[in-house]
Write a protein that binds this ligand. Structure first.
Ligand code: GLP
Length: 242
């Protein structure tokens, strides 16, 4: 879906998500949301906060799982995805803190942590709605080129392009972590409904590759072509090459 601008795209999606949360809650169970970081979801989180303030969306019966987290950042680092989520969404809504799950980039036993993360998603009943951005390498989460279709939550190595894109927020490439923990492509594709957001002309080429190119592990977002309920929400610039 191509919108005139990102605000319109985010409004449409936020209203749809509020309806989904309320209908799942009305069926007597928590709604399970997969959340994303990066600059792209910021206007979407602003819309969710607005709907919350207007009384149209409650997170009281919502469980969240974030896609990924950098490895090796000191606790409380402002660029950690935990700090990002707190600042940009959780501090402004009524989510119980015990319902928030974000991979922990400071653990020593990474494989055990990843296994426990996958189990927590299963125990919550699976993800109802997964939000995604897209990196210039075509990654979803931090599933860089070469990530298998059936990959699960694990330690990943960041592509040089991804680290270059993150360098300004870290105050230089040398401060950008080299590794992360990320949900796998298989984990993401099990979500029942998926929305990928992309804005601006810098994303136009990779959006076209993901949507109309071959389905390949070289562009992990291309796996979404085979998902039964995945939608791209684009502004006019990101959709310009379609
Ligand atoms: C990081 C995140 C992704 C995000 C991507 C794009 O790599 N792990 O989830 O989609 O950046 O970032 P931005 O939205 O800032 O363009």
């Amino acid at each position: 879906r191509v919108f005139a601008d990102r605000t319109e795209a985010c409004r449409t999606l936020a209203v749809g998500l509020a309806e989904l949360v309320s209908s799942i809650n009305a069926s007597g169970r928590p709604a399970v949301l997969g959340l994303a970081t990066g600059r792209t979801p910021l206007p979407f989180y602003a819309e969710l906060i607005r709907l919350h303030r207007e009384g149209q969306l409650s997170f009281a019966n919502v469980i969240t799982f974030n896609l990924d987290e950098y490895l090796g950042l000191p606790g409380g680092h402002p660029e950690s995805y935990r700090a990002f989520m707190q600042r940009e969404l959780f501090a402004h809504v009524d989510i119980p803190l015990g319902n928030v799950h974000i991979p922990d980039g400071s653990v020593t036993d990474i494989p055990a942590h990843c296994t426990a993360y996958e189990k927590a998603i299963r125990d919550a009943g699976g993800i109802d709605f997964q939000l995604l951005g897209i990196g210039r390498t075509g990654h979803i989460g931090f599933n860089e080129p070469g990530s298998p279709r059936d990959s699960r939550t694990r330690q990943v190595h960041l592509d040089p392009i991804t680290r270059e894109d993150a360098a300004p927020s870290f105050g230089g490439l040398e401060h950008v972590p080299t590794h992360a923990i990320s949900m796998g492509c298989g984990t993401i594709l099990e979500a029942r409904k998926i929305a990928l957001l992309a804005w601006g002309k810098a994303k136009a080429f990779i959006v076209k590759e993901a949507l109309t190119g071959p389905v390949t592990d070289q562009v992990s977002a291309s796996f979404l072509q085979n998902h039964p309920d995945a939608t791209f929400y684009l502004d006019a610039e990101a959709g310009a090459e379609l």
